[in-house]
Design a binder for this molecule. Structure first.
Ligand code: ADP
Length: 407
C-alpha cells in the first residue's frame, strides 16, 4: 500500500495536487498540477498557510500528523489568486512522511480562470470539475439572460421611437385634416355663392325670354331661336340647381321634421306630370304608415332625382310607360322602391352611374350629377341605395332610410 502510494505516476493520476513531505517538512514529491499552479515550492511553512484546522496546529511533522483525521485547508501563498487547497494529510508512518491528498477549493469560475488550470489538470473523480461545469452553465445562462435583456432594451427603444414617429405622423395628419376640412368648407361656400349669384341673372334672362313672344310680334325663325335659347338657359339652370343641391347637402346639418312620404311623393308626381305633359302612368303603394322623421329638403331632392330619372329614361318603344313607387317600413327603416319600365341600365354602366358627372345615356339631356348627389344625401341620412336593372325592361332603385333618428 505504502509503496503503491509512493508511486508518483499513480499519485499524479489520482491526486494531481498532492505533495509528500519528509519528517522535516521538506518536499519529497509534488503533483504535476500543483507544480503548474506554483512551480517554486521550497519551504512548506513559507509556501502554505494553514487556514484550517486553525489554532493549535504547528508546522511540524508530529503536529500535522496528529490532525490526520481532519480536513485541511491550505492557502498557497505564492499562487496567483491565493488559491486554496482542501484535503487531508495521510502519515506514511513507515517512511516518516506525510502525504497530502486534496484538490483546489474553488467556487468561482473567475478564480479558476486566473489559476490557468484546465479541466484535465484535475483527477477524474474530482467533484470540483462538476461544480465548475455547473458554475459555467449558470454563468452562460446569466450571460444569455443579460444578452436577452439587452436585446429587449434595444427592441423597446426601437418601439418607443416607432411610437414617437407614429404619434408625430398622426399629429401631422390631424393638422392636415383640419386644414383640408377648412378648405373644403371654404370651397363649398364658394360653390354655393357662385351658383347662387349665377342663378339670379339666369332667372331674369329666362323671364325675358318667356316675355318677348308675348310682347312682340315675331316671325317663326326668331321664335325658333328664342326657344333654343330658352332650352339652353333651362339646362344651365338645372345644372346650377343641382350644384346648389350638392352644396347644401355638404354644408348643412340634418334638419329633422316629421312628414308624410305619401304627400311628398305625390307632390313629385304632380310636378313631373305638369312639366312633361306625358302619358306616363304613376302609381303609389303604401303598406303601413308613411310618416317619417327625416330631413325634408334632402328627402325631396332624393325622390325628385330618382322618380325624375324613371320618367326621363322611359322607353319610347313601350306602349304604356309607367313609374311605380312602393313604401313600406321594417326594423325602424322605411323602404322606398322606385320601379320603371324604361330603357334600363347596361351591366357595363351599372358600377358607374353614381359617379360624379357620369352619364350613361345621351338620348336626353342631363348633368350626370343627380345620382351622385343622391348617393351623398343617402350617406348623410345614414341609409342605403341599391339598383337592379334589365336593359330594355326597366329599373328598380331601392332606398332604405331610418324612420327616425335618436337624439
Ligand atoms: P343624368 O340623369 O343627368 O345623366 P344621373 O346621375 O341622374 O345623371 O344618372 C346617371 C346615369 O344613370 C344616367 O345618365 C343614366 O344613364 C342612368 N340612369 C339613371 N336612372 C336611370 C333609370 N331610371 N333608367 C335608366 N337609366 C338611368
Amino acid at each position: 500500500m505504502t509503496n503503491q502510494l509512493s508511486d508518483p505516476g499513480l499519485l499524479d493520476l489520482l491526486f494531481p495536487f498532492h505533495f509528500i513531505l519528509d519528517a522535516k517538512l521538506g518536499y519529497v514529491q509534488t503533483g504535476q498540477s500543483l507544480k503548474k499552479v506554483c512551480s517554486s515550492l521550497k519551504v512548506f511553512e513559507e509556501d502554505f498557510s494553514l487556514v484550517r484546522p486553525g489554532l493549535g496546529i504547528e508546522y511540524t511533522f508530529e503536529s500535522i500528523s496528529s490532525y490526520s483525521d481532519q480536513v485541511f485547508i491550505l492557502k498557497l501563498k505564492k499562487s496567483v489568486a491565493g488559491m486554496l487547497l482542501k484535503g487531508q494529510f495521510v502519515p506514511l508512518v513507515d517512511e516518516k512522511r506525510l502525504l497530502f491528498v486534496g484538490s483546489p477549493w474553488i467556487t468561482n469560475e473567475e478564480v479558476f480562470e486566473q489559476t490557468g488550470l484546465k479541466i484535465r489538470d484535475f483527477a477524474l473523480h474530482d467533484s470540483l470539475v462538476d461544480l465548475l461545469q455547473h458554475v459555467k452553465v449558470q454563468q452562460m445562462a446569466v450571460e444569455d439572460v443579460n444578452e436577452m435583456n439587452q436585446m429587449l432594451i434595444r427592441k423597446n427603444e426601437e418601439l418607443v421611437s416607432l411610437n414617437r414617429e407614429m404619434r408625430e405622423a398622426r399629429e401631422d395628419m390631424e393638422i392636415k385634416n383640419v386644414e383640408l376640412r377648412k378648405i373644403n368648407i371654404e370651397l363649398d361656400k364658394f360653390v354655393y355663392s357662385i351658383s347662387h349669384d349665377l342663378r339670379s341673372p339666369l332667372l331674369s334672362i329666362k323671364g325675358i325670354l318667356q316675355l318677348i313672344p308675348l310682347k312682340e310680334k315675331l316671325n317663326t325663325g326668331t321664335v325658333k331661336y328664342l326657344q333654343m335659347a330658352e332650352k339652353s338657359v333651362n339646362r344651365l339652370d338645372q345644372t346650377i340647381q343641382e350644384i346648389l343641391d350638392y352644396s347644401r347637402n355638404a354644408r348643412l346639418d340634418l334638419r329633422l321634421s316629421t312628414f308624410s312620404l305619401v304627400q311628398m311623393i305625390e307632390g313629385v308626381f304632380a310636378d313631373l306630370r305638369f312639366a312633361n305633359e306625358l302619358p306616363v302612368s304613376f302609381s303609389l303603394e303604401i303598406s303601413g304608415s308613411s310618416n317619417i322623421q327625416s330631413d325634408k329638403y334632402r328627402m325631396d331632392t332624393l325622390l325628385k332625382n330618382i322618380i325624375g330619372n324613371a320618367v326621363k329614361y322611359r322607353n319610347p318603344d313601350v306602349k304604356v310607360q309607367w313609374v311605380k313607387v312602393t313604401v313600406s317600413s321594417q326594423n325602424n327603416t322605411h323602404i322606398i322602391r322606385v320601379s320603371d319600365n324604361g330603357i334600363g341600365i347596361s351591366e357595363k354602366n351599372m358600377p358607374k352611374i353614381f359617379e360624379m358627372f357620369y352619364r350613361g345615356s345621351s338620348i336626353v339631356s342631363g348633368t350626370g350629377l343627380g345620382l351622385y348627389i343622391c348617393k351623398e344625401i343617402i350617406g348623410r341620412l345614414e341609409g342605403t341605395i341599391e339598383v337592379e336593372s334589365t336593359p330594355g325592361k326597366g329599373s328598380t332603385f331601392t332606398l332604405v332610410v331610418p324612420t327616425a333618428y335618436q337624439k
